[in-house]
Design a binder for this molecule. Structure first.
Ligand code: ADP
Length: 460
């Protein structure tokens, strides 16, 4: 068995809120210094230098420091006892200074009733120090007045004043404590509700991710099964089409057959597109992310998108070369950007916008690096906006869209710790925002346009 802790074992040091206690010790040193520093006031009141009041101030200051030091080492229970003791001693010392500077005639006497108020102000959460100070000051002032003046009613009036100020001090600190408890409870409740909401969102994301991971795994396994037969279905279909249509046929039958072949071809093409989209997604986990410069990623994507946008829109890239790096897979991120640029191009083409423009800009927002892909197309209709990231949601024709582009893009961005969201621009057109956590602190490199910016990456 361990021997009991020597030295002051009744007041064991407690680690709880040590910084607060240390700060309190420092404040007390300032108080003690002030008490001693105000001695010249006693000299002014008395009209001469008298040592007893200085000595009383010395005792007062020493008591303050000693109790504060003990409190800095005490546990919660002893801290409460010491705070009451401190209150009693402070009140006694102050009464001592009052007595030694003229008792009822001392200007300090007027401050005696404020002692319990002061205690309540210093420790509003605990009413005991204010009560202890009130009782001590009331009894002390009673004795002082009786001894120095012998006037009972006068002495009782002083004690009554101290009693009243104690009541207000205790009442005030009680109200304060109640208000603080209510505020704390409200804050806790808010935090609890926020945590629950975050949990629900995280759960929704987890379920969505799981769903997509399953789609990815499923896609990987059926991909090979579908791809080969699909390849010969396509080529056989083309062969059949040319063979059949080469026959002598009545015009009506020929037109009908042509329509059937076209429909079948577009169905096969859609299957091929879906398989293509899912192929990339299912291989997503294989590639390891690394530090990527977003300007390079955007440049990769812009090069690929330039072909698609050539006859539809001008592509403008304004991504500073000195943007902080992100931790991601360069090829995957480029895939996301390409998808967003192609979507913008599709929207501009569909709406037959003259002077279409797709703009990619980048910057830093707080701790994140943000890329914006904007267009001056028709924007995203309000009924489409909430469904934008749903798997297989598309407004495009069957041979144009699979409705997987944004779903996969969001999934990819989220895997790199980022977010992908869409909004409409006030001036018209859509804006898709990719926000990614920065990997390194920003470098003070000046903004410089990419080679693919206004020049190379532009299409007309
Ligand atoms: P897909 O392109 O195959 O339709 P996506 O998931 O990439 O699939 O896009 C889903 C839908 O979001 C599109 O069908 C389109 O309606 C809408 N959309 C995406 N980008 C834009 C844009 N820049 N402007 C207007 N609508 C857009």
């Amino acid at each position: 068995m361990q021997p009991p802790t020597p030295s002051f074992s009744a007041l064991p040091a407690v680690p709880s809120r040590p910084a607060e206690r240390q700060a309190w010790l420092k404040t007390t040193l300032v108080f003690a210094g002030t008490i001693l520093g105000l001695y010249p006031l006693d000299v002014l009141i008395l009209g001469e230098v008298r040592l007893p009041s200085l000595m009383m101030r010395g005792v007062w200051a020493a008591q303050l420091v000693l109790v504060a030091w003990l409190r800095s080492r005490a546990n919660e229970r002893w801290d409460g006892v010491l705070s009451v003791l401190n209150s009693v001693l402070v009140s006694l010392c102050f009464l001592g200074v009052v007595t030694l500077t003229g008792a009822a005639e001392s200007p300090y006497a007027n401050l005696v009733p404020s002692m319990p108020l002061l205690m309540a102000l210093i420790q509003p959460k605990d009413t005991r120090p204010a009560i202890a100070s009130g009782v001590t000051s009331a009894l002390g002032v009673l004795v002082m007045m009786l001894v120095t003046h012998g006037h009972v009613l006068h002495a009782l009036a002083w004690a009554g004043m101290v009693g009243a100020s104690t009541f207000f001090g205790v009442y005030g600190s009680g109200q304060f404590a109640k208000a603080q408890t209510a505020e704390n409870e409200a804050r806790l409740e808010r935090a609890r509700r926020e945590a629950l909401e975050k949990l629900a969102v995280a759960e929704r994301h987890r379920m969505q991710s799981e769903k997509l991971a399953t789609v990815g795994r499923l896609a990987a396994s059926v991909m090979h099964e579908i791809n080969n037969p699909l390849a010969f279905v396509r080529s056989n279909l083309d062969f059949l089409r040319s063979e059949v249509l080469a026959q002598q046929l009545p015009e009506e039958a020929r037109a009908e057959l042509q329509e059937v072949f076209d429909e079948t071809r577009s169905g096969v093409e859609r299957i091929r597109q879906i398989v293509q989209d899912l192929k990339g997604f299912s291989r997503m986990d294989v590639e390891e992310p690394s530090e990527c410069a977003l300007a390079d990623v955007v440049s990769d994507a812009a090069r690929l998108a330039a072909m698609r946008l050539k006859h539809v829109a001008r592509l403008k890239v304004e991504v500073p070369a000195g943007l902080p790096e992100v931790f991601a897979t360069r090829r995957r991120l480029a895939q996301v950007l390409l998808n967003l640029m192609v979507n913008a191009g599709d929207a501009l083409e569909e709406a037959k916008v003259q002077g279409g423009e797709v703009r990619v800009t980048g910057g830093v927002e707080g701790e994140r690096v943000v890329l914006r892909v904007e267009d001056n197309g028709p924007g995203i209709p309000p009924e489409v906006l909430p469904r934008l990231f749903e798997p297989f949601f598309t407004t495009k024709g069957p041979d144009k869209g699979t409705g997987l582009g944004l779903t996969i893009s969001r999934e990819l961005v989220e895997r790199f710790g980022g977010t992908l969201r869409a909004e409409n621009r006030a001036e018209g057109g859509a804006r898709i925002l990719i926000a990614l956590p920065m990997h390194t602190p920003p470098t003070p490199t000046p903004t410089s346009p990419l080679p693919l910016g206004e020049g190379q990456g532009e299409g007309t």
